[in-house]
Ligand binder design. Structure first.
Ligand SMILES: CC(C)(COP(=O)(O)OP(=O)(O)OC[C@H]1O[C@@H](n2cnc3c(N)ncnc32)[C@H](O)[C@@H]1OP(=O)(O)O)[C@@H](O)C(=O)NCCC(=O)NCCS
Length: 154
């Protein structure tokens, strides 16, 4: 069973290492990861196996007075993919969105990242725009969102 918990400053190196293995460019550096973990507008969540091996993480951002929670980054180590870790993290992001009064989760995904696109569409996200040349390699970002609104709040 996967355990999700908020990352602490002790996790900086392991999370930055995972980031390096799952992304080729526009990486979150160790310095940025440290800043995000300490920031009150960011939430960094790690996913661990019962033996405490960290297999993935996500970074969520929320501006003050905004009803949108932004999924800034999510990654699962290659050898642990396709076993539900990503979905688990995403469901926790939706729960957090709902619990904190947000209306929607927003994210950007590289147009060529088929694996991630299938992952988000399967989770109920929909396309609402694109940004040409968004990434440092010049590639296009697709903008996806999912409205999150529980019956309890309705
Ligand atoms: C995107 C990512 C986080 C998904 O994590 P994961 O743990 O492999 O995802 P899950 O196992 O929870 O998959 C959930 C669903 O996504 C879809 N999916 C995930 N990987 C897929 C693949 N390679 N091909 C097709 N569908 C896939 C499936 O619908 C799957 O549901 P199923 O298990 O019922 O078939 C992971 O592939 C990753 O870290 N990629 C590299 C980093 C990245 O691109 N992050 C997103 C940046 S925007």
């Amino acid at each position: 069973m996967l355990k999700l918990s908020e990352a602490t400053i002790e996790d900086v190196n392991i999370l930055a290492d995972i980031e390096k293995t799952v992304f080729e460019y526009d990486l979150i550096s160790i310095k940025q990861m440290r800043y995000l973990i300490k920031s009150s507008t960011a939430q960094v969540v790690k996913a661990q196996l019962p033996d405490d091996t960290t297999v993935g993480y996500m970074v969520l951002l929320r501006r003050s007075n905004s009803s949108i929670l932004r999924l800034y980054s999510i990654g699962v180590l290659q050898e642990y993919r396709n076993s539900g870790a990503g979905r688990h993290l995403l469901q926790s992001a939706e729960q957090l969105c709902d619990n904190t009064g947000c209306d929607a989760l927003h994210l950007e995904v590289q147009m060529q990242n088929k694996e991630a696109l299938v992952f988000y569409l399967a989770a109920g996200f929909s396309l609402y725009g694109r940004k040409n040349g968004y990434y440092t390699d010049g590639s296009t970002a697709l903008l996806l969102r999912k409205h999150v609104y529980s019956e309890v709040r309705a």
